[in-house]
Ligand binder design. Sequence first.
Ligand code: 5GP
Length: 192
Amino acid sequence: MQENLNGKLLIITAPSGAGKTSITKYLMKLFPQLAFSVSAATRAPRAHETNGVDYHFLSTEDFQQKIQNNEFIEWEMVYEGKYYGTLKSELQRIWQNNQVPVLDIDVKGAIHVQQQFPRQTLALFIEPPSIEELKKRLVRRGTETEESLQARINKAAYEISFSHSFDEVIVNDDLSRACAEAEVFVRRFLEA
Ligand code: 5GP
């Protein structure tokens, strides 16, 4: 089938720890039409992360300069003092390559992008089975301090209340089933 990828955007959003990174990786492996949109961020890189691959890690000053220059499609202070944003240049680069950008972004950012590109966006919301389970996953991941863990849990409860704003909600109580569900939605979107 001839695909029309022109200007399409795939957003995968969820509270942190809901498993959206695993689902994103699964989809990226499966569909060569997809390309990860590398966000800019001011938090410190984690041990396994590479600058320019996972994020464009910027200083707060550089990030604020890019806000001034209107270089972002959207940006948020996702956590206290930490900026994250989607660069216009990143989407342009991917579209010029005739691919579909995949945005792994927070709920507020996802709503902003949807509003700007209403007709060409598929937005998937990945819902954790429960706040309790989410907490367990974040503890297991071991990347959080007690304080940042609590901040992420509080934010998650708030974000789940926006799940109805998105095209599809996928409950991630079983990763392989959630991946299979996402695959069906994405295939339909790419072929439309
Ligand atoms: P983490 O620090 O765990 O990598 O990401 C924290 C949160 O920020 C995640 O929910 C992630 O999806 C979100 N995020 C990553 N990049 C962006 C972005 O460009 N814009 C927005 N609004 N959120 C982002």
